[in-house]
Design a protein around this ligand. Structure first.
Ligand SMILES: [Zn+2]
Length: 304
């Protein structure tokens, strides 16, 4: 039986710089993920408008990549009684604001400091909004990531573990922590949950989960067969993300950012050590430009 998408779940579909934000309405309003810092004012406005004066009670992050928690600080400022919960394995890094452990320094991205008052853990159940949700561990894209599943409507909030046409870069693999098997296990876990609706971290809500799982598994097989291709893809994703953030960068700014971003050095050392980082990064930038995702204008790089 096909059930309609639940009316008390509001999805703010944001794009690629900011993750989607999911508002679970009820006696207590709950938000899942808060987008990227440069969109934080818009995130607050979207939540305010949907809540009609009700306060936001709880904010949960599926994982702590900058595009999923960059609006946390602004929401905490707007709603002083807001409780924020993060995946259990990240709680101490948040408490100490260890930017190395939190990936912001490594990826050359930004996230304003926020506080967390609690944690979310896989294999637990929670009352969120007016529904009972299951929390599931979803390692792979990020070792600490969780997903949320509501069995009655069979709605899955999948974060970056499953999108309509793939899934997020498998970051741990880039620094030598084998994780492709965890991606596969998380996809199997999603299949067992048998969701009718998937609310991904990026892109629209979808219900053809079988096709999405096939696409994801095909992509994963390609990565396992050719990890260098995955590393090249990851490199380009990081460049594109920066261009989305900056919109325009001078060639000098681009080179400065690249040289100051440890992930590039890590990817380079691990997968491309026979080449100079500069020529590799220019080649990948040219591929982005060739695919229409960026363009050069005089001495500047522009997002497209
Ligand atoms: Zn992510």
């Amino acid at each position: 039986m096909t059930r309609p998408f639940p009316a008390d779940i509001t999805v703010f579909e944001r794009g690629w710089l900011s993750s989607n934000n999911i508002l679970l309405q009820g006696e207590q309003a709950v938000l899942i993920d808060s987008g990227y810092v440069t969109h934080a004012a818009q995130t607050v406005a979207l939540v305010e408008e949907a809540l009609h004066g009700q306060a936001l009670s709880l904010l949960i992050n599926t994982h702590l990549h900058s595009d999923h928690c960059g609006g946390n600080a602004a929401l905490q400022q707007r709603y002083p009684t807001l409780r924020t919960e993060v995946p259990a394995g990240e709680a101490s890094a948040v408490a100490m604001w260890d930017q190395g452990a939190l990936s912001y320094r490594a990826t050359g991205q930004q996230c304003p400091r926020f506080r967390a008052q609690g944690t979310v853990t896989g294999q637990t159940e929670r009352q969120l909004g007016d529904r009972r949700w299951e929390v599931h561990a979803a390692p792979g894209h990020d070792p600490h990531s969780v997903m949320l599943f509501e069995p009655e409507s069979r709605t899955l909030i999948s974060a970056d573990a499953l999108w309509e046409h793939g899934f997020g870069v498998v970051f741990p693999e880039l620094i030598g922590e084998p994780s492709f098997a965890e991606v596969a296990a998380t996809l199997d876990h999603i299949e067992r949950l048998d969701p009718q609706w998937v609310v991904p971290g990026h892109g629209r809500v979808f219900s053809d989960v079988g096709t999405a799982l096939s696409t994801a598994r095909r992509r994963l097989d390609g990565m396992v067969r050719d990890p260098v291709k995955h590393a090249r893809h990851a490199f380009k994703v990081l460049i594109k993300f920066k261009l989305l953030e900056q919109q325009r960068m001078s060639t000098a700014q681009w080179a400065e950012w690249r040289d100051a971003t440890p992930y590039f050095k890590a990817i380079h050392t691990r997968f491309f050590s026979a080449r100079a980082l500069e020529s590799l990064s220019e080649e990948l930038l040219d591929e982005l430009i060739g695919s229409g995702a960026a363009r050069r204008e005089g001495d500047s790089l522009l997002n497209v």
